[in-house]
Ligand binder design. Structure first.
Ligand SMILES: [Zn+2]
Length: 75
């Protein structure tokens, strides 16, 4: 579920800058625990590619969330 408020700003993808986990809010599940992510750790963007690029810029190892982006998840 997308969220209109800051820091989400209605965007589809969320990168947790602390863990490197990327979520697709259009496929969010309860197990994503989006509302437990510290607001200052959230980078919100329109595309998966943007989230990947930003993870590289800040030097965090990215991973797709196993619940909402299983096709991008690596163990
Ligand atoms: Zn997720």
């Amino acid at each position: 579920m997308r969220r209109a408020n800051t820091p989400f700003n209605g965007k589809q993808f969320i990168l947790n800058q602390n863990t490197g986990e990327i979520h697709d809010l259009d496929r969010e599940t309860l197990l994503c625990c989006i509302d437990k992510i510290d607001a200052e750790h959230i980078f919100a963007c329109d595309t998966y590619a943007e989230a990947v690029l930003f993870s590289s810029v800040i030097g965090v190892k990215r991973n797709g969330c196993p619940h909402c982006m299983p096709e991008r998840h690596r163990d």
